[in-house]
Design a protein around this ligand. Sequence first.
Ligand code: NAD
Length: 263
Amino acid sequence: MTILAFPETKVGLTGRKGLIVGIANDQSIAWGCAKAFRALGAELAVTYLNDCAKGFVEPLARELDALIFMPLDVSVEGQTEQVFERIEKEWGQLDILLHSIAFSPKEALHGRVIDVGRDGFLKTLEISCWSFMRMAHLAEPLMKNGGTMFTMTYYGSRMVVENYNVMGVAKAALEAAVRYIAAEVGPKGIRVHAISPGPLATRAASGIPEFDELLDKAQSKAPARSLVSIDDVGAATAFLALDGAKLITGGVTYIDGGYHIID
Ligand code: NAD
């Protein structure tokens, strides 16, 4: 008897179409994920923030053979819709959505949560949480054969991490959005995941004061005694996009060497 525990469709993403939002440079978590999706055969669309970012992202998009390469600043009215319209026109479907963006104005991020003003709070939640909800809304009708939606979160959503401040509030909202949306779209075969990597020295992380201390603590306390790389995050994220992971949804997947279980 031959047991086909891993037929080809369960370990590959050939023929799947994925949208990657959040590559700034070759340190970005989104780049680690995109490489893994591509290595498994997915065809990818890539966005870049604006003209300043374009030069850094373009060579990476080329490496991914991304034929759809578009600007996307989620705070610009209509730009998110334009990306999904293009995908509908060119592909007629979408199988993977990767949302890997976050932003908080300095004055909001660097202060106590209790002191955050309305504008800083709304901007943080708009870019870091609502943009995912909007993308999920636009992706749903394109995920005609089911699909997988991903967003990036962090441990500071459920524990008080020094200097993470209002971003922890945004990530808590994001994780709740993942649960609700997973319940809403699950009957259509669409899975929704929050991926929670350990700290990584990226551009976004450079906005968090004393980030090096966070790295040291993560390395010394995590059961694996190791920091994670963007390739570690990519491999685990790509696994969740495989057919073999089709009944995993709605949760927070920690890719942190086990740090989250330690006191
Ligand atoms: P990064 O700087 O490489 O990526 C952040 C991305 O957000 C950039 O591509 C930037 O262009 C994009 N962005 C910011 N504002 C935007 C807007 N208005 N419209 C569209 N895009 C916008 O940093 P990263 O660490 O790869 O961050 C990716 C995600 O991972 C974020 O959600 C972050 O909170 C999360 N995360 C990071 C860490 C870490 O330690 N680096 C840990 C856990 C989770």
